[in-house]
Design a binder for this molecule. Structure first.
Ligand SMILES: [Zn+2]
Length: 444
């Protein structure tokens, strides 16, 4: 008994020394890694040295706070931090007492535990945090709640090309099929974290899928929107920026749009699919009957998406373009095609490979989609029911000194894009005393 006690005391003294030793040089959080398995989410903070920590959870909205004594976040973590499983987003701030506060915004209440781990193999000091979602009973209750309060909006995301069809290839050998798959997966993750929205992917691995099969996947899932993700390419290395296309019933909006559609459609032949004469006739009849409605929705959602993409940098075309893309020919599902950037432009090729930029693209596309569905919620959805339930009493926020638009969006659980669009804000600047309308969210 005494033996244990003295070992403990010695350990404690060593810990105090270690803390005293690190008081001058702050510990750096070099990396944050997140992954999910069997309903459990693990977060690992890779540290430059040991650091004292304290964690606690907060409700409404659910979040987990990690305070690290005398620590800083590495410069390279300045972009968007990873999310997965129970974690919706990660933020951090250095507090006046030198503590680094890392806040994990959660999709649900969790049980948590944390422990420090010393250097081991290729890893240095780490802080490990495990989050366990609530049990299966809770899942059943959530499913029941969902049933009573309307269905999810379903977004079918279609990463272009795949398998033997690489799509466009950049000068640095980047293949369109790979970068659009990454962007699509990030977008699906973001959509699935939105209450009342669900994403499905037409492919989630490096396989070739025929155009028709892609549309069928969306149809079977009763998708409210089909969004095909691509990267543009031309011989000239200079053109840059995103474009958004919808199907044209008459002809391409211009010669460049026509050539692009021909390039994107060519993979249908590579995959062995021919749009036969019979299909053309059938397609035109179906298109006449129901596509006018879907097309007007497509134009509307496309417009919201290109507006959000324009916030990331110069866009190739400011307005929605039209061309005869085969993959957009579902007669009843509003469909858009996003050319995220020019893979033929060396600096955009580099950006397309960066996960930070891929996340920005996914966020911008999500903001556009979310704006559209907040303005046009399909009637049987959870979003429509929530918007109806609160339409008489939408909230208001009066700006005080120090408020930022992103903090307000976060506080009320609405997207930045939605907040901007319902208040007709063209920039993020705010005036003290200004009143913002806070739209109802699907989750509230
Ligand atoms: Zn493509």
């Amino acid at each position: 008994m005494h033996g244990v006690r003295s070992i403990f005391a010695a350990g404690f003294a060593a810990l105090l020394l270690a803390v005293a030793g690190t008081a001058a040089a702050a510990t750096t959080v070099e990396d944050i890694r997140v992954w999910t398995e069997n309903g459990r989410t693990r977060v690992v903070l890779d540290l430059s040295g040991p650091a004292q920590h304290n964690i606690f959870t907060l409700r409404g909205p659910d979040r987990l706070v990690v305070d690290l004594t005398n620590s800083r976040l590495s410069q390279k973590l300045s972009g968007t931090l990873p999310t997965s499983g129970a974690i919706r987003s990660i933020r951090s701030a250095v507090r006046s007492n030198g503590q680094l506060r890392v806040v994990l915004d959660l999709n649900e209440a969790v049980r948590s535990r944390s422990f420090a781990a010393g250097p081991n193999g290729k890893y240095g000091d780490r802080l490990v945090i495990d989050l366990q979602g609530r049990g299966p009973l809770q899942a059943v209750k959530q499913a029941a709640d969902r049933y009573q309060s309307g269905r999810d909006i379903v977004i079918a995301i279609d990463p272009g090309h795949g398998g033997h069809d690489p799509g466009a290839v950049g000068r640095g050998k980047t293949r369109e099929k790979n970068v659009v798959l990454s962007v699509s997966k990030l977008l699906a993750e973001r959509i699935n974290a939105q209450p009342g929205m669900k994403a499905i992917l037409t492919r989630s691995t490096d396989v070739y899928v025929e155009h028709r099969e892609r549309m069928e996947t969306a149809r079977r899932a009763r998708a409210d929107l089909f969004i095909s993700v691509h990267a543009d390419a031309v011989d000239d290395p200079r053109p840059q920026g995103s474009s958004v296309y919808v199907l044209s019933l008459k002809g391409a909006s211009d010669e460049a749009a026509k050539r692009l559609a021909e390039r994107e459609n060519a993979s249908a032949l590579v995959g062995g699919v021919h749009l036969s004469d019979k299909d053309q006739v059938l397609a035109s009849v179906l298109l006449d009957l129901s596509q006018n409605a879907a097309l007007s929705a497509s134009l509307d959602v496309g417009d919201k998406v290109i507006r959000e993409l324009a916030n990331l940098g110069p866009v190739h075309r400011r307005t929605v373009q039209q061309a005869g893309f085969l993959v957009l020919k579902s007669p009843d599902v509003p469909s858009i095609l996003v050319e995220a950037a020019f893979i033929s432009n060396p600096s955009e090729e580099k950006k397309l490979r960066s996960e930070t930029h891929q996340r920005r693209l996914a966020d911008a596309i999500l903001a556009g989609i979310s704006n559209y569905f907040h303005a046009n919620p399909p009637p049987d959805t959870r979003l429509a029911m929530n918007l109806k339930g609160t339409s008489g009493g939408s909230r208001q926020h009066v700006i005080v000194r120090g408020d930022t638009l992103s903090e307000i969006a976060e506080r009320y659980n609405v997207s930045l894009g939605t907040l901007r669009s319902v208040n007709n804000l063209s920039s993020n600047s705010l005036k003290v005393g200004q009143k913002l309308r806070i739209p109802a969210t699907a989750g509230s």
